[in-house]
Design a protein. Structure first.
Length: 419
């Protein structure tokens, strides 16, 4: 059973790429499976029809042609699967209905009123309404109209009662009516089951896609910001009166990268920033963004905490320690500068495309200046941050330095945790 299920699944997935949406894939799978159901019915009836056509005797040229044509008609039920496999999905849906209608119409043309094949047209029309997506509604009504036309033609042929293969035996007539009627009923049940199965699979696929989109959104935005954005897709801006912002920059990375291949650059950047990302999770901080070889994070948002300055300081020391163990492909050691500032910021999400959670304000600018004016492999902090951490960490006073837009300010180097 497992092997049969895998085979059916492969047939259902013919022409369904991994990138196809759940709603579109549902219609392709339904088309494939209904074509398979039609093929199964056609093959069964082909074997049952052979003794009726030949009247349990030797075949003449007409009877041989009828049997051959019915066999070819059965094989044509594979056409929709082939078309879907080659990504001609709209053509596959039309072919599925056309082949089915021609096959049942030929049944009435061959056997006349003793073959109630018109019952299958009802199943075909119902299946057509489920097979076509909303954007192909015009084609759907076209094939439903064609089904009604074929139904009328078949009823007219039944009344004419001038079949190619007259069925003279009463018991054979009764058997044909019973078998074809039951066949139509069974096909209707199978099509309903296929519809339920494909709809359920599409539902599960949609749930999976939704969860994957949520995970992707959570990789871009903080969880509570992502929830707010989903509930109300407007610009988000929140004020935080007390947070700590960190900027880190890999020193000398640009000239180093000129000697590296693109793959080596990507590998080195990925190694460094992956380690930083792990530290962000470890210290319970919020990664804001990376720009080139610069890394920005913050503590105390979007969920305010009392220990944000201490957490960011611990993160900075850990970043410094991580970088000391990383070298370029030629053995050149990697260097870093880190700047930290504490104070109020505005945080939020703006724009509609490629949005991100970002920070604005004087504290952000000051943290950036702390990084750009810092010495290599050092952590420079503002006086506000130093006052928060004094006694918990060891510092070395740098003295007054000129900071763009701030004038002369006193800064400190963070050197480690207090003993």
């Amino acid at each position: 059973m497992n092997r049969l299920a895998r085979i059916l699944e492969r047939i259902a997935d013919a022409g369904v790429p991994a990138t196809m949406s759940a709603s579109e894939a549902k219609h392709v799978r339904f088309c494939n499976l209904t074509a398979l159901a039609g093929l199964s019915c056609a093959v069964v009836f082909w074997f049952l029809e052979m003794p009726v056509v030949t009247d349990w005797g030797r075949t003449n040229a007409l009877e041989a042609a009828i049997i051959s044509a019915r066999g070819v008609g059965a094989i044509l039920f594979l056409a929709p699967v082939w078309l879907n496999l080659h990504r001609h999905h709209a053509a596959a849906r039309l072919a599925s209905v056309l082949v089915a209608l021609l096959y049942v119409l030929s049944s009435t043309f061959i056997f006349g009123g003793f073959a109630p094949a018109h019952l299958f047209v009802i199943v075909i029309a119902a299946a057509s309404m489920a097979m076509f997506p909303e954007e192909e509604r015009g084609r759907m009504w076209l094939v439903v109209g064609a089904s009604l036309l074929v139904f009328g033609v078949m009823m007219w042929l039944r009344e004419r009662n001038d079949p190619l293969v007259p069925v003279m035996r009463h018991d054979v007539r009764v058997a044909m009516e019973v078998l074809i009627s039951f066949g139509a009923l069974i096909l209707a049940l199978v099509v309903t089951l296929v519809l339920r199965t494909t709809a359920r699979r599409a539902e599960l696929q949609a749930i999976h896609e939704h969860e994957r989109a949520d995970r992707l959104l959570l990789n871009i935005l903080p969880e509570q910001i992502a929830r707010r954005l989903k509930d109300d897709p407007q610009s988000i801006a929140d004020g935080f009166h007390d947070v700590t912002v960190l900027f880190a920059d890999l020193v000398g990375f640009t000239p180093m990268s000129e000697k590296m291949s693109p793959a080596e650059i990507l590998q080195l950047m990925d190694e460094v920033f992956t380690r930083f990302d792990a530290l962000v999770d470890r210290f319970g901080l919020e990664k804001i963004k990376t720009v080139g070889d610069a890394y920005m994070l913050a503590g105390g948002l979007p969920n305010p905490t009392e220990s944000h300055a201490e957490d960011v300081a611990g993160m900075a020391l850990a970043m410094l320690n991580e970088v000391r163990g990383i070298h370029g492909p030629d053995g050149t050691p990697l260097n870093i500068r880190i700047g930290i500032a504490t104070g109020p910021v505005v945080a939020g999400v703006i724009g509609r495309k490629k949005f991100l959670y970002d920070l604005w304000g004087d504290t952000v600018n000051t943290a950036s200046r702390m990084e750009s004016s810092c010495e290599i492999n050092s952590i420079q902090v503002t006086e506000t941050t130093w006052r928060r951490l004094c006694g918990k960490f060891d510092f070395r006073e740098r003295g007054e330095i000129e900071i763009k837009g701030k004038g002369r300010v006193t800064t400190w180097f963070l050197e480690g945790r207090a003993a």
